[in-house]
Design a protein around this ligand. Structure first.
Ligand code: FEO
Length: 404
């Protein structure tokens, strides 16, 4: 991997992470993720965002810097837009290798440097409007962007080039390989990154969507020519594309959403699945697009991505030991945390000896304020009359989604 020149003084660096490890200890990344850093050279040199010691990322960073003639010890300033350890996990070791480096972060960020890494010297707190003059026309301006997605977050802007170092904002899962710029990827590759940016957003950023909207509004005042996030593609040809995409994602929280239905199901012996097939036939009758996710077979990370964008949700599950099918309780818990609110919804499921899912389900979805059709529950296998009713419920939900 090599450094990529954004301008003759600004370079994109990245380490592709390929691991069975989970992102944030929760989310699968089967296609990897990139940890991006940036180098800005004036008379002084600044490194923007660091890496975690994860699958040799520090070694990759060091090699990429060497490729442009920069040693770790040449860096005068380390700007930390965000302190989550995927970008800072290597900080204590880096500070030991380059003790003169001055670390810049927001006041809350400086406190996190102290608490995570026990570094107390060479720290500078910056706030919105502050700047750092590196010489040779290179100036870094700082803008706080709280809760995108931690409270200490900021972005950094270099006015002469229009490069916005956005950290987690505008990021994506997915490794980059030996290309980094939006104009270097094919439409098929962009389709992959679009899916992975939605999943990244739904998993990590969704809860903070009102803050994303505020940050995007704040950025409108800047003449952004390049969006340089800390994960994923660097947008130099069409920076508006990723800003608009993130605005759309932020809007999904309160709406408008896609006129689609996300079907989440679990079935022990196939009786709930038989009922669900009838519901799906009803959705198809109305020609509304839908996605289908079986839990726990499929990781909830993927369920969240489709649920977050969709105006409609179907929950299909049996009663299990007088309560809900347990994996669905985890799904609904994450729907509440990630603000999958205000959907048109329908629940169905079978039971063996006695029901019981209803009570737990209703308690879990109450905070989501879903507009729910009357649920369909039945003992054992669904009969022909039940299947007809379920198909009609699928049609009814699809019509509501079309009108949403
Ligand atoms: Fe990429 Fe919030 O860390």
């Amino acid at each position: 991997m090599k450094a990529h020149a954004i301008t003759d003084r600004i370079y994109a660096l990245h380490a592709d992470i390929e691991t069975d490890d989970l992102f944030e200890g929760i989310w699968p990344i089967p296609d990897g993720v990139s940890l991006n850093s940036y180098l800005v050279k004036g008379d002084k040199t600044a490194l923007i965002d660091l890496v975690r010691d994860w699958t040799e990322a520090p070694k990759v960073l060091e090699e990429e810097l060497a490729g442009i003639g920069v040693k770790l010890s040449d860096v005068d300033y380390l700007v930390l837009n965000h302190l989550e350890p995927d970008h800072t996990g290597w900080l204590a070791e880096y500070k030991r290798l380059n003790p003169k480096v001055e670390i810049l972060a927001t006041p809350k960020g400086v406190e996190l440097v102290k608490s995570f890494y026990k570094i107390t010297e060479g720290l500078r707190a910056v706030k919105s409007g502050d700047s750092l003059d590196l010489g040779e026309g290179m100036v870094l301006r700082f803008e706080e962007a709280p809760n995108v997605h931690w409270p200490e977050t900021m972005v950094t802007f270099e006015p002469s080039s229009g490069v916005l170092f956005a950290c987690d904002a505008f990021g994506s899962y997915g490794k980059l390989g030996d290309r980094v710029f939006d104009d270097q990827f094919s439409p098929e590759e962009h389709a992959f990154f679009e899916k992975e940016s939605l999943r990244y957003y739904a998993n990590i950023v969704a809860s903070f969507s009102p803050f994303v909207k505020k940050a995007v509004a704040k950025l409108a005042a800047l003449d952004v020519k390049v969006v340089a996030p800390s994960h994923g593609i660097v947008w130099r040809k069409d920076p508006k594309a990723i800003i608009d995409r993130y605005s759309r994602y932020a809007d999904y929280m309160e709406g408008p959403r896609e006129k689609e239905i996300c079907v989440v199901w679990g079935s022990m012996y196939g009786n709930t699945k038989k009922g669900l097939d009838a519901v799906i036939a009803g959705i198809e009758d109305e020609q509304v697009p839908y996605s289908v996710h079986r839990v726990p077979n499929e990781d909830v990370s993927y369920v969240l991505a489709d649920a977050y964008k969709s105006a409609g949700i179907v929950i299909a599950m049996p009663t299990y030991e007088y309560k809900m099918f347990p994996p669905m309780a985890y799904v609904l818990n994450l729907f509440e945390r990630k603000h999958v609110w205000g959907r048109k919804a329908f629940r169905l499921g079978s039971w063996g000896w006695i029901g019981g899912a209803k009570k737990e389900y209703e308690a879990l979805v109450a905070p989501l304020k879903w507009d729910c059709l009357e649920a369909e529950e039945w003992a054992g296998a669904p009969d022909a009359e039940r299947l007809a009713a379920l198909r009609e419920k699928g049609r009814e939900l699809a019509r509501k989604v079309k009108e949403a």
